[in-house]
Design a protein around this ligand. Sequence first.
Ligand SMILES: Nc1ncnc2c1ncn2[C@@H]1O[C@H](COP(=O)(O)OP(=O)(O)O)[C@@H](O)[C@H]1O
Ligand SMILES: [Mg+2]
Length: 333
Amino acid sequence: MLLEVRDLHVEFRTRDGVAKAVNGVTYSVDEGETLAVLGESGSGKSVTAQAVMGILDTPPGRITSGEILFQGEDLLKYKEEERRKVRGAKMAMIFQDALSSLNPVLSVGAQLGEMFTVHRGMSRKDARAKAIELMDRVRIPGAAARVGDYPHQFSGGMRQRIMIAMALALEPALIIADEPTTALDVTVQAQVMDLLAELQRELSMGLILITHDLGVVADVADRIAVMYAGRIVESAPVHDIYKAPAHPYTKGLLESIPRLDQKGQELYAIKGLPPNLMNIPPGCAFNPRCPFAQDICRAEVPPLAEVDEDRRSACFFWRETLDAAASSGGPRA
Ligand SMILES: Nc1ncnc2c1ncn2[C@@H]1O[C@H](COP(=O)(O)OP(=O)(O)O)[C@@H](O)[C@H]1O
Ligand SMILES: [Mg+2]
């Protein structure tokens, strides 16, 4: 296994109180596999990713327990210097907003080249050639002519390609893409996503794709992990989840996909609000919004239990949920 996150807990100590952002996340990614991470805003997707990358905002953030096994070694036992070596060379992250991730006063060629001069000890000339090669690889038209341009001289989509190029430069084993296309126009979104998926396959990297876009997930992911209130509530191969979700929250997410054949119809949104992370409800955190909730759901936290081969659900009523999805005519994707 390339990456295994085990029972990870992260909290933020702020003036207003302690926000329990990550409350026992367990997920894994194999070599060459794409894991999509889904969940409403605030569910802990990014914080988990930052903990894996070692870029958590500390303080106020703090990992209170858990393990992050990467290629078999627990990164949480590494010193910061060792951690830095892993970052970039073995795992890299792609963010939503390239403009704030790239250095505005350095040409993109210089930034890409730096990966090779700093990490690989290359000469500036060779690094520049590498930069152009990478820009070609992410299909930036006229790469050789544009290597001296600055980030602001590129369109949003092209900038996102440059960030992908930065992430790929040292051919890491794992890429984490945190809503990599959310800030782009819809047509450009698809192009950038296709490119990322293609490079992932070519280089056989593990990819964690954090996204809102269930359409994208169906196309590119192998497995899905659904997060709610800092926990994984369901994880399974993509087609299993689309066929019939085994958690009521997943079911709600899938039902909120707009259907092309029902234009104008009200979008189904999950009722109620996400929990306050400073005061998460006892039992299953989703229980106040859950149509399946019973007394046990208010009293006990359901474990993320294996319900089928390679499939886990943290719901006492996963079977009922599966049956309900099957009898309502199946999925909408
Ligand atoms: N820098 C921070 N300071 C304080 N709290 C934070 C910080 N970053 C994240 N959090 C807390 O963690 C929660 C989860 O954040 P995040 O992982 O970014 O959610 P998402 O699933 O949308 O990516 C936030 O709702 C917030 O309560
Ligand atoms: Mg986020």
